[in-house]
Write a protein that binds this ligand. Structure first.
Ligand SMILES: [Zn+2]
Length: 492
């Protein structure tokens, strides 16, 4: 299909997800490794929390004792929050101590006075460090959230991960000098220290790319979703510089209204229906949950029900992911420029019930709205579009969320003062134009995208636009890194 003869290439960060087929013993062992990573996470969070508590006490003491204002006390008192480098030394010590003790089979108590588990040695060190890094990340996100330097949902005070509640997962970073994470065959993945695990289908495409040298593995995250184990291989992949096809160039701009009644309304008039995945499973889920509530604690029946509920939830997630991938593939493969609105998704999905003092308005309608929005996950669609447009040589333009795209007539430009959510049709009082509400919004988005001021996303996207190709690889690598795209999961 591609007529690329170009020598120009670019490096992207992406992930290949493989479904694993571990033996029952291996599955047990994978759970143990995930448990070890969780233990390290909890240890790190515990240490951070106690340092933070100490700091709060000192601040309170200083305001009382030294008559400082709270602001003064907060800047004057410094108690460092420990992070991975600090824990690393601790980890080395306990692993060494444990090695000494291993001879006679006894376990030495750790710094916290408790005995450390024998796995501390069996598990790859990198998996343990991965747990601590995750704790650093959680702490950083919380700080950013309270300082309001972070966009999106508010992040709460970092909590401990509970066994059986938190997702089983561990990450091992790759040592590039001695690549321990590798495909021994197209059907077997080798995880350092752990050994080889069978792959459910095959990884022929990935194997070919690794052999050709266009893909370099940087880390592997092994996690369990429902009854399945997956391995996400994060890679650096060299791809030909994306270019725009003639067909897409001719297709031009599309405006996309991510939405309420339908998943997406396009400025072309196409309405992409809501998959209603949640509703599809709701009845079955309700049935299982009733059975679970009636089951006896600790019974085999109960364990089976928990398993079934987990599978159902997992199926739902996979279906939702599949739907989002299909939609975004279709968009980036058809149009040169895609305009979307910068929705405040967290705000839209927050509970509409309000508080006791201030009851929410229109609770019933909004609750329905929230459910359907969660089903469609506009945030996911936007994230997918951000990197897929780059790969496809298209351009993503994000419109300021305060532009009145719903209330503006896409024909004459007159703006309505009010438009209730229940009004599904846009009727212009000025020119008499009548159109589906969401399609009208999509047309306005398309018009704004055509004259959009630069945002960070559009700048990144524009670098990949036709006629503005940069032939070096480094600039793109930097741009992609800044976007945090190395964390994007893309199913193979
Ligand atoms: Zn009008």
């Amino acid at each position: 299909m591609s007529t690329l003869t170009a020598t120009a290439t670019t490096v992207i960060h992406r992930a290949y997800r493989l479904t694993l087929d571990p033996s029952p013993q291996q599955a047990e062992q994978l759970s143990q490794w995930a448990g070890a990573a969780r233990y390290m996470y909890n240890h790190a969070i515990g240490a951070k929390r106690s340092s933070h508590r100490l700091w709060l006490q000192e601040v309170a003491f200083a305001t009382y004792e030294q008559a400082l204002t709270e602001v003064q006390a907060r800047t004057a008192i410094k108690i460092p929050i420990p992070s991975t480098p600090d824990f690393n030394a601790w980890l080395t010590t306990i692993r060494n101590t444990h090695r000494d003790a291993a001879g006679n089979g006894s376990l030495l108590p750790g710094r916290d006075g408790r005995e450390h588990e024998p796995w501390i040695h069996a598990v790859n060190r990198s998996a343990l460090v991965g747990g601590m890094r995750q704790a650093d990340e959680a702490w950083k996100n919380w700080i950013a959230s309270i300082q309001q330097t972070r966009t999106g949902r508010r992040v709460g005070y970092p909590r401990f991960k509970k066994r059986g509640v938190a997702k089983d997962s561990f990450t091992i970073t790759h040592n590039r000098k001695s690549p321990g994470i590798r495909l021994t065959t197209t059907r077997r993945l080798r995880i350092p220290t752990f050994g080889e695990v069978r792959i459910h289908d095959h990884a022929r495409r990935l194997q070919r790319k690794i052999r050709a040298g266009s893909v370099e593995v940087t880390s592997v995250t092994v996690n369990r979703r429902g009854h399945r184990w997956y391995a996400s291989l994060t890679v650096e992949e060299t791809i030909p510089m994306p270019r725009l096809s003639k067909r897409k160039r001719a297709a031009g701009i599309v405006g996309v209204d991510l939405g309420v009644k339908v998943t997406a309304a396009l400025s072309t008039g196409d309405l992409i229906p809501n998959p209603r995945i949640k509703a599809l499973h709701a009845k079955k889920l309700a049935h299982l949950q009733t059975a679970l509530a009636r089951s006896k604690k600790g019974s085999r029946n109960r364990a089976q029900l928990v398993g079934k509920i987990g599978r159902l939830a997992h199926l739902e997630v996979r279906q939702r992911e599949g739907y989002a991938h299909d939609l975004t593939n279709r968009l980036v493969n058809t149009w040169a420029i895609i305009g979307i609105e910068d929705l405040n998704v967290a705000g839209m999905t927050r509970s509409s019930r309000g508080t006791v003092e201030k009851l929410g308005k229109n609770v019933h309608a909004k609750a329905g709205l929230n459910r359907s929005i969660l089903d469609v996950a506009p945030a996911r669609i936007r994230r997918l579009l951000t990197y897929k447009t780059f790969w496809a040589g298209s351009q993503l333009i994000v419109i300021n969320q305060w532009a009145p795209t719903s209330k503006t007539c896409s024909t004459c430009g007159a703006v309505k003062a009010k438009l209730a959510l229940a009004e599904r049709t846009f009727e212009c009082q000025v020119c008499g134009f009548v159109l589906d509400r969401d399609v009208n919004a999509a047309r306005n988005i398309a018009a704004l995208a055509a004259v959009a001021p630069s945002t960070e996303e559009t700048q990144n996207a524009r670098r990949a636009a036709p006629g503005k190709l940069v032939t070096g690889t480094d600039e793109h690598r930097v741009a992609m890194k800044r976007e945090g795209l190395q964390r994007v999961i893309f199913a193979q």
